[in-house]
Design a binder for this molecule. Structure first.
Ligand SMILES: [Zn+2]
Length: 118
């Protein structure tokens, strides 16, 4: 996934949010970004500064919260965290199933949580 595309979407979501409202500026955008996305906060801010020029979100500061990768075991229902490197060979800590079925609970998302406006 490319940072530039994601940043465009984040900006779009933020601007849509304040559309038609009495807002003079977006000052802060709180984001949650999954560890699996490979998105670098520094780059997102960099692209954001560039893309948001001339919009209500110009100079807004991005506050990025990293979200860990969490898997759910379909066999026993346990939830547990893994790192990106462990993902391929993840084993359920509860049932130790050799052929596990996992569902990803979090780690892939990038979500706009909150906007601070003036
Ligand atoms: Zn399990």
């Amino acid at each position: 996934m490319h940072e530039l595309q994601v940043t465009e979407q984040i900006l779009e979501i933020a601007l849509k949010h304040v559309e038609g409202q009495d807002v003079s500026r977006i000052v802060n955008i709180h984001l949650r970004i999954g560890d699996l996305t490979d998105l670098e906060g520094e780059w997102i801010q960099h692209y954001f500064d560039y893309l948001s020029k001339g919009t209500l979100a110009e100079n807004a500061k991005l506050e990025i919260e990293q979200v860990p990768i969490v898997l759910a075991c379909e066999d026993c229902g346990a939830h547990f965290k893994v790192t990106k490197h462990e993902l391929g060979e993840a084993k359920c800590p509860e049932c130790q199933d050799d052929e596990p079925n996992f569902r990803m609970i979090s780690g892939r998302e990038y979500t706009v949580m909150n906007l601070e406006v003036v």
